[in-house]
Design a protein around this ligand. Sequence first.
Ligand SMILES: Cc1cc2nc3c(=O)[nH]c(=O)nc-3n(C[C@H](O)[C@H](O)[C@H](O)COP(=O)(O)O)c2cc1C
Length: 336
Amino acid sequence: MDLVIGGIRIDPPLVLAPMAGVTNHAFRIMCKRAGGCGLVCTEMFSAYAIKFRDPGTKTMIDWTDEERPVCAQVFGGDPETVAIGAKALEDAGADIVDINMGCPVPKVVRSGSGAALLKDLPRAKDILVAAREAVSVPLTVKMRLGWKVGEMVAVDLAQIAEECGVNAVTVHGRFAVQTYSDRADWGAIAVVRKSVGIPVIANGDIGTPEDAVKALEITGCSGLMIGRAARGDPWIFQRISRYMTTGEKLPEPTPAERLRAAIAHAELLCRIHGERRAAKEMRGHLIHYIKGISGAAALRNRIMTTESMEELLQVLRDALARTGESTAVHTSADIE
Ligand SMILES: Cc1cc2nc3c(=O)[nH]c(=O)nc-3n(C[C@H](O)[C@H](O)[C@H](O)COP(=O)(O)O)c2cc1C
């Protein structure tokens, strides 16, 4: 299976999904260093924030060469603004620019952006024409199946995207109104895949190597995108990649491996964002890192009552010591 997006080979053909509040530099690096992840996506950038030079947005342009290729995602509801946003991301060094046409969050939809575009294909087309004109790096679109259950527009939108010179599309196999309910419909993704010549990346509910192989079989896609399953488990790409290529099932990470990764992740975040923000953000990640390890409930309560990063790290180090495995943490997770 070969995934090439506008001349950029994605190898392995496994993509870390864009996740707002999650896929910042620290998390992307964790996935990249764990291996198996061929492409990382940033959190979504607001084209409006870029246009009006919101200083907070600048701090999100945080990728390094180690992460490449990097796909930076932008959302916006009008062609001119999206073109400005896309161009800014290209100028900042993004290898691929992705347009968000799937986010159902009210704040995004209200501006006519994200999944709102599934209800207005002519405007979606205008946006793609403008974005295509604005950037010369490969351009992709991430979409859901449609807005309302049963009213699939992804085939039309994927065909429009192809006509506009978009290099690949990702399809999350749910409708916008479903948010995360029901199962992602991989069969519907197959219909989209068959309707276009550009690569289609399948997304939604790929949580295990077996899921990945099944999703590939059903969709016939040339790439897979993984989001929630990577939280607390940056090794998932490596396990999927190995299983897809050799059938070998790598072991799940041990509790000690999870805790060591959590510590490395926390230290990375601290270095980038400072202790306060790192401690806040890390609590969200830790729920996932400690899932399934014995005493997780007590550990979670303990984590939630910590008041500083130092205290948080100590709780993790104590938990790591209790596993009886090596407590050495590779802070090769260093950042240039
Ligand atoms: C916390 C969170 C934040 C997300 N943020 C974005 C985003 O910024 N842009 C986007 O296109 N999708 C976003 N998504 C959707 C994911 O990229 C993905 O399409 C969805 O989670 C389904 O894939 P999964 O089942 O592998 O998680 C987000 C999902 C989650 C859970």
